[in-house]
Structure formats: C-alpha cells, structure tokens
Design a protein around this ligand. Structure first.
Ligand code: SF4
Ligand code: SF4
Length: 469
C-alpha cells in the first residue's frame, strides 16, 4: 500500500481525466500512446477531486472527513487504499515534479445512489484514433498500414475533420491519435494538429516525414508537447533502404535537429528488421547525441498487408537483440537516456503456460468499442485501427451519423461485446474461460480475422487453441 506522508502536497497528473456519467464516474489515464480507463464510485471521485495541488495529504483527508462524516483517520485510510488501488506506480497522483496538474470540483461527481451502476459501459469513448490519410511519403519494407485506399479524393475535408475533433471533444474524448499513412502527407495536417492541441486533447503523432524548419516552428507554436519520429538506423544506406527512399535519412536527421531547436519534445521509434538488427548500438548513440532521451526499439512483426515477412527477425536474433538492449539500457540509463523495448513473441514460440499467462493476465484489455474508436480517412468507423477498413469491421459512417450515434449503434455493441452465440461453431462457443477472455479482457477480432477470416474464434495466443501451438 502507498504510504501517504501527511505533509506532502499531492497533485493529479495532467493526463488524468474524470468524467461524470449518468450512472457512475469514470476516469481515464491517458499519457501519450497509452490508455487506461475504469469506473469509480462517486465517493472515490470526490476524494480524488479534493487533490488540488494545494492541500497536503493531511488537508485532503480533513476535507474528505468533512464531506463524508468519517473521522480523519478513516478518511486517510480510504485515501491510501484508493490511491494504491488505482495508481500503484504513482503516475496519476503525483507527489513530485511540476504541480500544474488537473483540478476538478468535487461537487461535479455526485450521482444519486438509485442510479448507480459501476458495471455499465462508458457512455462515450475516451480516445479516438483518427487517420486523416492513408497516404505516406515513404514505402517501408515492413509497412503495417492497410494502404488499399491511399487516394486523397475520398479523404474527409479539413473542415469535416475539424468539426469531428470538436464533436469528439464535446462528448468527452480526451486523447486523439493522428495516425496514418503519415498525417504530413496531407498539406493541411498542421491545421488538424493545431485544432486538436487547441481543444486540449492529449495529441499523439508519429511521423517519418522530414519536416521543414518552418513546419517545426509551427508545430512548436501549436503547443504540441510530444512528437514521435521513426528512424530505423544510424547507417544511412540501411535506413534509406528500409523506407524505400534515397536521401531520406539525412533529411530526417536535419528534421530532428530543427524540431529540437524549435523546442519540441521528440521521442524516437526504431523498427528492427534483419536489415538493421546489428546497428542498434550506433543508432542509440546517434540519437542520444541528437539530444533524444526516449528511444524506443520495436522489432517488426509480420504485416498483414504485405506478401512475405522475410524481414522479421527470428527467435535467435530476438534473443541477441534483447541482450544488446539490456546492455544499452545499462550504458545509457545513468546518462538520462531511456532505451525502451517491446516485443510480443509470436504465438508459435510460446509454451502453453506462457500463453496462458499472457492471454488471461498479460495482454491489455481490448479498447475497441469499449474506450476507443477508430476513424478512417473517409469517415468510416471501426473499433480498432489494426483491422481492415471495410466490412464486416465498419460499424458506422460519420458522413451521416454522429460519433455518439455510432458509439451506441447495435453494430458497435455487437462487435465490442459479442454474445456467446456469435461464436457458434468455434472453440470459444463452449469455453469455460469465455467470461474472463471475451467479456472481461475483450475478444480480439483482429486476431480472429487474420487467423480464421471471421470475426469470432480463438486467437493464435489462446492456450486452448492447439491448432496454433
Ligand atoms: S479465445 Fe476462445 S477458446 Fe480461447 S480462451 Fe478465449 S473464449 Fe476461450
Ligand atoms: S481488437 Fe485486438 S488489436 Fe484491436 S483493440 Fe482489441 S485487442 Fe487490440
């Protein structure tokens, strides 16, 4: 349990959002490129709202005692349990660092007891993944994006996208991921970013496009606080080969310099394939030399939209890479440079026990239609960005529906919360783990589709799925 020092003044992270709904309060913790949501009892929400960056823990407990009628020691115990429960790592309720966090009015979170239902679905999404374009300025040999509709003709207009951002903000969406393609393939992309940041969204952008000095300055002036640049190697020839464009590497390095000079926080992502796997030490050194202190290393996985996957590293290469990354973390960590690494082992490389741990406990809860939605360049809505942008995945069309209408549509509900009957004829139909797997953690329709070409059925990671072993 977290120890709360009575003299310390806590504050709420700026990435923490509380929202009152008709039958509950919900919170979302939305740091860049991550999403966590849950329901709160109104008493919990009121207690959190008393943390205003001015009261010490002693004063928060006294205020909670005054509103609840509980003696101060009980109120302090309630706070300690609540904070430990929702925030064991101290990310949401912070006791150090900049104190200009979020503030809420406790009285906004009172919900009549007779209406209370902590199990009901979110009344609106918290995150929107918006793909303003499928176009791109590179042609990466590991491209994951479905680029079948990469033409500009069917893309939503700038005006419609700005309207959609305002609509999303109005219903409670607080994080927007402007993905692609590459947003910068649109000449009006900066206006989209400016609107998103101006509305107060946590705005995620990842790009590979070398930006001009002027673009870098305009991005910084928008207030954008975070930009991910993808750069694959310190070796220019390898880097250019991986993105299919000669001269790209040099231009991208200049772009990073310009972005940093404009005052933007830049983090990088390096996709690892067989082509660049031996260049990680030089790559980290080069990026650290450019002033990057957050370097992500992401081994490529087989793209569902490309023929063949001979670029993907094998298990032996992955093991050697993991050792190399651990060495780089030891080398650079003490110098203030975080080297992050994430790789999901292929299902066929996992043993039954490993699969069980991953499938029932390790994988994140599905956000598709539960806390997030995805919007295609034409304004079609699917529940997740990793599935094809066509039927049967499309659950709505923003050309003639509002975002909330789509969110509450029978199509969206049937996909986000499929009934057992929808799994008829599959291993899942009579599975004793159905509630934990498909209801609690969420059914992964991406996995089912790419494994079976249908929306339901066991994932290759399912420990009961012997065919995938
Ligand atoms: S994927 Fe299907 S069979 Fe596997 S645990 Fe989930 S519900 Fe059960
Ligand atoms: S459907 Fe699968 S890939 Fe998509 S959000 Fe859910 S768990 Fe993730």
């Amino acid at each position: 349990m977290r120890e709360l020092d009575p003299d310390v003044v806590p504050h709420l992270s700026r990435f923490f959002f509380l929202r009152r709904e008709s039958d509950k309060v919900v919170y979302a913790y939305l740091p860049h490129q991550a999403l966590r949501t849950a329901s709160l009892h109104p008493c919990e929400a009121v207690a959190l709202a008393l943390i205003d960056g001015e009261r010490s823990w002693r004063q928060v407990a006294a205020a909670l005692s005054a509103v609840s009628g509980e003696p101060p020691p009980e109120a302090a115990g309630f706070l300690a349990r609540l904070v430990s429960d929702i925030d064991p790592r101290g990310e949401i309720v912070r006791e150090a660092g900049a104190s200009e966090g979020r503030r809420y009015a406790p009285e906004d979170f009172l919900v009549p007891a007779e209406r209370l239902d902590l199990e009901s679905r979110l009344e609106a999404p918290f995150a929107m993944i918006l793909k303003p374009t499928s176009r791109c300025k590179t042609n990466c040999l590991y491209c994951y994006a479905p680029r079948q509709d990469a033409g500009r003709k069917r893309e939503m207009s700038l005006e419609r996208i700005l309207q959609l951002l305002r609509e999303a903000h109005g219903i409670g969406v607080r994080q927007v991921n402007l993905c692609g393609g590459d947003g910068f393939a649109r000449s009006d992309f900066l206006s989209i970013v400016e609107e998103a940041v101006g509305l107060g969204f946590v705005t995620d952008i990842s790009t590979k496009v070398p930006l001009t000095e002027g673009q870098a300055r305009r991005l910084a002036a928008s207030g954008l606080d975070y930009l991910q640049v993808s750069i694959d190697s310190a070796d220019a020839a390898i880097s250019d080969k991986m993105v299919g464009r000669r001269g790209h590497h040099a231009a991208l390095l200049q772009s990073i310099r310009d972005l940093k000079a404009a005052g933007l926080y830049v983090r990088t992502n390096t996709v690892v394939t067989r082509h660049n796997v031996t260049t990680m030490a030089q790559t980290v050194e080069m990026l650290a030399g450019l002033g990057i202190d957050n370097i992500k290393i992401s081994p490529a996985f087989p793209s569902q939209h490309l023929e063949g996957a001979d670029y993907v590293i094998c298990e032996e290469e992955a093991e050697a890479l993991e050792e190399e990354v651990a060495r780089l973390q030891r080398q650079w960590g003490p110098r203030g440079v975080d080297v992050l690494y994430s790789r999901l082992k292929p299902a066929e490389a996992m043993g039954p026990e490993e699969k069980r741990r991953f499938w029932f406990h390790g994988r994140g809860r599905c956000s598709g239609g539960r806390s997030a939605v995805f919007v295609t360049p034409e304004g079609k809505v699917t529940l997740c960005e990793q599935v094809p942008h066509h039927a049967p995945f499309v659950v709505g069309d923003l050309a003639h529906q509002s975002l909330l209408e789509v969110w509450n549509s029978p199509e969206a509900l049937a996909m986000a919360y499929p009934e057992r009957a929808a799994f008829a004829g599959t291993l899942c139909e009579n599975c004793s783990d159905f509630d934990l797997c498909a209801v609690k953690r969420g059914h992964c329709f991406r996995d089912s589709w790419f494994a079976h070409r249908r929306l339901t059925g066991p994932s290759p990671y399912c420990p009961h799925n012997r065919l995938a072993a």
